[in-house]
Design a protein around this ligand. Structure first.
Ligand code: PGA
Length: 254
């Protein structure tokens, strides 16, 4: 695992202001485990409130528009997210790719817009079950990443995190084997070396996401080239989320 594992909670479309105490509890827990970098991405409506509520953990967003500003009713720009207190944005999540028909080109424009606004990126990738069954998962994910990353991205080690999330593992309780995760993460690492050179590439954290919980975190985080986790359902309570943070911290000690 990476020197300082990165555990990120993706609250998706969950959370009213009544959930702010949960964010505070996650923050307090994270302060006791400084060996692990912890962040949450609440819904856009809560970014500023969570940002004001916490001291230690990072706060980020779940999406942004690909343009800097303009006539886009209902959309939110990267600069607006930064202004609300976000330091990073999750882009290319499979739920956005599926539910909002986001192509790789759309995701690529969003990555560029977010970088231009000074946000860090968590770029998601992952194959469907059909692609996994066809034996072409690695090929698919590498091509998806190539097409979603902007050309000439500088300081990639500082600004980019990649999250591998097989679609069939998200919210299902099913997870790939540690060997399959390792195979995918090694391929993603090799791609980053090709694109950014080895110095930048080795600083890029590659997270695993999909049904991570306290009970399986140790095993999943122990897979080859896994630098942390992107957590959906189990990030919604401080108790379950901090269980994952603790597992990451124990692995550091092991
Ligand atoms: P899950 O979601 O942990 O609920 O499977 C992960 C994600 O979609 O980021």
């Amino acid at each position: 695992m990476a020197e300082r594992p990165y555990i990120v909670g993706n609250w998706k479309m969950h959370g009213l202001r009544a959930m702010l105490p949960e964010a505070r509890a996650i923050d307090r827990g994270a302060q006791r485990t400084m060996k692990v970098e912890v962040a949450i991405a609440p819904p856009a409506t809560l970014i500023h409130a969570v940002y004001r509520e916490v001291e230690q953990i990072g706060v980020g967003a779940q999406d942004c528009h690909g343009a800097a500003e303009g006539a886009h009713t209902g959309d939110i720009s990267a600069a607006m997210l930064a202004d609300a207190g976000a330091k990073f944005v999750i882009l290319g999540h499979s739920e956005r790719r599926q539910n909002h028909a986001e192509s790789d080109a759309v995701v690529q424009a969003k990555v560029q817009a977010a970088l231009d606004a000074g946000l860090k990126i968590i770029l998601c990738c992952g194959e469907s079950e059909a692609v996994r069954d066809s034996g072409k998962a690695v090929e698919f994910v590498v091509a998806q990443l190539r097409a979603s990353l902007p050309a000439g991205l500088e300081q990639a080690g500082e600004r980019l995190t990649i999250a591998y999330e097989p679609i069939w593992a998200i919210g299902t309780g099913r997870t790939p084997t540690v060997d399959d995760i390792g195979e995918m993460h090694r391929a993603i690492r090799a791609l980053t070396v090709e694109l950014f050179g080895s110095d930048e590439a080795e600083r890029i954290r590659i997270l695993y996401g999909g049904s991570v919980k306290a009970e399986n975190a140790r095993e999943l985080l122990g897979a080859d080239e896994v630098g942390g986790a992107l957590v959906g359902g189990a990030s919604l309570t401080a108790e379950s989320f901090l269980g994952i943070v603790l597992a990451a911290s124990e692995l550091q000690d092991a």
